[in-house]
Design a protein around this ligand. Sequence first.
Ligand SMILES: [Zn+2]
Length: 341
Amino acid sequence: MPASMTEDIVIGGVSIPPGKRKRVGIQVAKLYDYTEMTIPVEVVRGKKDGPVLFVSAAIHGDEINGIEAIKRLLARKTILSGIRGTLIAVPIINVFGFHQIVRYLPDRRDLNRCFPGSKLGSLGAQIAHIFMREIVEKCTHGIDLHTGPIHRTNLPQIRASTDDPETERLALAFGVPVVLNSNLRDGSLRQAAADKDIRMLLFEGGEALRYEEKVIRSAMRGIISIMNAIGMIDQEKINIRQRKKEVFVARSSYWIRAPHSGSLRIRKGLGAMVNKDEVLGIISDTFGQGKIEVRARETGVVIGMNNLPLINSGDALFHIATFEDSKAVEEQVEFFDETLE
Ligand SMILES: [Zn+2]
């Protein structure tokens, strides 16, 4: 249960009373040389009662855009000094992967498939278990920040279970143009938190191992919008130009895979609308011979794509979301992009 304002929140054995801001480390494991590994956490508690929101990143150790977004959020002193409730910032969950600049854990497991975890399970299961107990179970809301994997990039988007009306309201309030409804039973942090009745959003944007300015800005502004939407801050405190933003929930999405190995020249980029059977890219050999067109299966908008031109047959190339009105989505994506300048 989330702590009420009359009591301290205890994280990593450290007590944080209302009105205080503290940095703590949650012990998760030791390295071979017995060096202590801790998940760094910053807790910002308002003086007034309110929601408890965790914002996390780098559950995949090489997805660093979210780390920078959280860093910038924590620098917004005016906003954070007057919040109602509590913000728990966790910029790096997978500290092991982060130090190695890789997505996974040392045993090659995906930490975001190890939830809710267990006390005596694999390293990933143990970290997941500790994270649930120390952070998630003390919260009312959560936002987990991701990027595409290495060599793959995503249009800024929210993934959430829009079947729940309140989660849908928050998914729209985040403010990025595209929302994907997903209810995967996949061992992810999002699923484990939702199972504890914590309202969860997952943000996807950009690619691994990069700081991408517009992605970072859209994530940071989205978090502030959510803090506003759940009553942690007042609209007047937000020093962001609030322009009319439209948000679209995708009907479905699909991947186009490479029909052949070769090198790929891309015709359609992120955010572009594509018609059924339209050419997305052309695969050819080193001499430009043996051209094979890669085409869209259904009309939609490109929300994710492969960035590495050298491809094998079967590689996932384009992630396309379908909408009631794809043209409107394309226009909104362009407009949203301008607001980030
Ligand atoms: Zn990820």
